[in-house]
Ligand binder design. Sequence first.
Ligand code: CTP
Ligand code: MG
Length: 188
Amino acid sequence: MNPIIDTIIVAIWLMLPAYIPNPSAAFFGGKTPIDRGIYWGKGRLLGDGKTYEGLVKGFACGFLVGIIQHLFLCGYLNLNLNLNLPSFGVFPLFFVTLFCLSAGAMLGDLLGSFIKRRVGLQRGAPFPLLDQLDFVAGAWLLLFLFARAWFIESFSLDVILAVIIITPLLHLLTNYVGFKMGRKQVPW
Ligand code: CTP
Ligand code: MG
């Protein structure tokens, strides 16, 4: 296959447990703000868009999708696809890598909102690139801290580049779909 397409498939495969949490949080939503309505300076600490329910459900969905991917790699799901996809590690490492990917995505999203509130942006206001890449940064940060060997081995430079280029596009696309479905208040 085309090496560029190969790299893109590997990038999406590896990042899927980090891609799922945000749209899942938006889809299921929540009502208990993590910051409990607290203000910090002029703005809210995080804002009403960051809820406990969204955090837990988003993490759970990402982790679950990662487990399904792992089962697929182990051959438990016989889909007869001839793809050469990378592993999330052997037992028990894959629990750590999947945790870092999905919890890191939610953490990065929280940090992104924290930064947006500090520069005076209201909930839902766009912050180009931060909105699209905060969760990638969060996932990579946790991987770098807690699963460094797997991270370095799995994310080659071309995969990292592919993630940085395709994530904003995928993010805009899913957010537009979420907006049309009425699950997101703004299309970004
Ligand atoms: N969401 C949630 N809990 C989270 C993350 C997201 O409930 N921890 C839900 C909220 O309903 C949120 C939606 O997912 O509105 C979309 O998330 P996001 O785009 O990150 O939030 P915004 O509303 O755009 O707020 P912000 O400006 O803080 O990014
Ligand atoms: Mg946002």
